[in-house]
Write a protein that binds this ligand. Structure first.
Ligand SMILES: Nc1nc2c(ncn2[C@@H]2O[C@H](COP(=O)(O)OP(=O)(O)OP(=O)(O)O)[C@@H](O)[C@H]2O)c(=O)[nH]1
Ligand SMILES: [Zn+2]
Length: 308
């Protein structure tokens, strides 16, 4: 029996990378396929697996998935009840944000942070395209960075296109498995190519016709860094549905709101309109960012369906 890490999945075929860096095409053993009926594919990139190698064909059959440290799931399609495991065993995530070209909204950021908080995955917020910003954009960026730094998220700004020195980012990625995400066109492929020039991921100018088909299931892909570690690219994924989170629990994943909630008059306070709500008081006093509170309300009241 051999072992390796799944670095690519098409749903029925998997590429497994072994300790000696060989890439083995694998299929799933029949029994594993039937097991998790609710999932469109029981194996995801980042999974550690055992497989039997057929030495005549060079192909493997995956017989066992090792226990996962964590995993990220989303709905298989917007309409489906089936889930889709996007990635497993993720150490951290990078959310690539652009103030403009394209605009990344606060609600989009907060939705992602909420998911990551629920999965217990640390997030680094990287603000890209600083070379293109005017004074007003730069001010917006530093305001936004302050909002997230204040609640304990690490932020950095960069230009994936023009910046010479990316050592600070490399050091943060080294020997870890990092999921990278962000709107289409924020520069994910550009950044990954700069970090690992041999990969040659396709980049493209932003087009008005977005690939937002509701019936296509997107698979993530994992690329090894020559300096150690992996990056998981999530092409065309617009966001992560918060499918595991009950409304009553949502505030647990807004860390600064959660921290204040213990002081609310009612232990089951939703922080909407209850008297004696310490969260609303903190928003009024400017201690909790209004944008964060608004994101909380939007998600709670389902006002941002299109960001799913
Ligand atoms: N000016 C400037 N342009 C950038 C920067 N980073 C990326 N771009 C450009 O933005 C466009 C989109 O970049 P991509 O790397 O394809 O974006 P992506 O996030 O991979 O997009 P998807 O693959 O659709 O998810 C390309 O034209 C890049 O050259 C940057 O730091 N500054
Ligand atoms: Zn409250």
């Amino acid at each position: 029996m051999k072992e390796g890490v799944v670095i690519k999945s098409t749903g029925s075929w998997f590429i497994v990378r072994t300790g000696d860096e060989a890439l083995v095409p694998c299929r799933l053993k029949g029994k594993l396929r039937l097991d998790e009926l609710k999932s469109t594919s029981p194996v995801a990139v980042g999974d550690r697996v055992s497989y039997e190698l057929d030495t005549t064909t060079g192909e493997g059959v995956i017989s066992d998935i090792h226990p996962r440290k964590n995993y990220i799931i989303r709905k298989a399609t917007n309409l489906s009840k089936q889930t889709h495991i996007l990635a497993a065993n993720v150490d951290q995530a990078i959310l690539l944000v652009t103030i403009n070209y394209p605009i990344t909204t606060s609600i989009f950021i907060d939705r992602f942070l909420t998911s990551a908080e629920a999965y217990n995955i640390p997030v680094l917020l990287l603000f890209n395209k600083v070379d293109r910003y005017d004074a007003r954009h730069l001010q917006q960026m530093s305001d936004l960075r302050a909002v997230y730094e204040q609640i304990g998220y690490q932020t950095l700004s960069l230009s994936a296109k023009t910046q010479e020195d990316l050592e600070e980012i490399k050091a943060l990625l080294k020997d870890k498995t990092t999921l990278i995400t962000g709107h289409s066109g924020v520069g994910k492929s550009t950044l990954i190519n700069r970090l690992e020039p041999g990969l040659n991921l396709k980049t493209k100018a932003i087009s008005p016709s977005h690939h937002t088909g509701t019936h296509t299931t997107t698979f993530a892909e994992m690329h090894p860094f020559s300096f150690g570690g992996y990056v998981i690219d999530t092409p065309g994924i617009r966001g992560f549905g918060l499918i595991m989170i009950e409304k009553e629990e949502l505030y647990h994943f807004f860390r600064e709101i959660f921290a204040l909630s213990h002081q609310c008059q009612f232990h089951n306070c939703s922080h909407l309109h209850e008297p004696g709500c310490s969260v609303k008081k903190a928003v009024e006093e400017g201690e909790v960012a209004l944008s964060r509170y608004n994101s909380y309300i939007s998600i709670l009241l389902n006002k941002d369906e299109k960001y799913r």
